[in-house]
Design a protein around this ligand. Structure first.
Ligand SMILES: [Zn+2]
Length: 151
């Protein structure tokens, strides 16, 4: 018996799967995917095998670069990226947390010099399970949830 597709198939492009529910919209916004003319199909709160829900994004004619794949880990550390060609998956990989994030996040410490100096914001990944990041400038560590929503 063929499993019914939850979201329409695409011919060429990328499928980002296993996004935690609620994060799909944030990812679209962060990467400005909706500002392109490419066709985007999204599935929100889709049921998974273990009874949880997930989001899924399909973008035509778009291949995520390594930097985007790394940044995706901020929202969806267990996401998989499928590259599609002629309706077939030609490459599939899981996102990886990089060692550091540059110019993606602002330091939650309001006294941090990075707010007042024209410097690249830089955070080192300190702990992966519950994602914790350490600021290069004030050397304080923060959990991912401490950071304001990214733009
Ligand atoms: Zn800081």
């Amino acid at each position: 018996m063929q499993k019914k597709l939850q979201v329409e198939a695409i011919e060429h492009g990328s499928v980002i799967d296993h996004i935690p529910a609620q994060q799909g919209i944030k990812i679209l916004k962060f990467f400005k995917f909706t500002q392109t003319n490419e066709k985007i199909t999204i599935g929100l709160n889709l049921a998974t095998h273990n009874g949880e829900s997930k989001d899924l994004i399909k973008i035509e004619n778009t291949i995520l670069n390594d930097q985007q794949a790394n940044q995706l880990a901020l929202f969806a550390p267990n996401a998989t990226i499928n590259q599609i060609k002629d309706f077939k998956v030609v490459n599939k990989f899981q996102v990886q947390l990089p060692e550091c994030f540059v110019d993606v996040l602002a330091c939650p410490n309001s006294n941090c010099i990075s707010h007042n100096e024209p410097v690249q914001k830089r955070f080192y990944v300190q702990q992966k399970k519950t994602l914790k990041l350490k600021c290069h400038y004030c050397e304080k560590s923060f959990e991912r949830t401490t950071f304001d929503e990214l733009d």
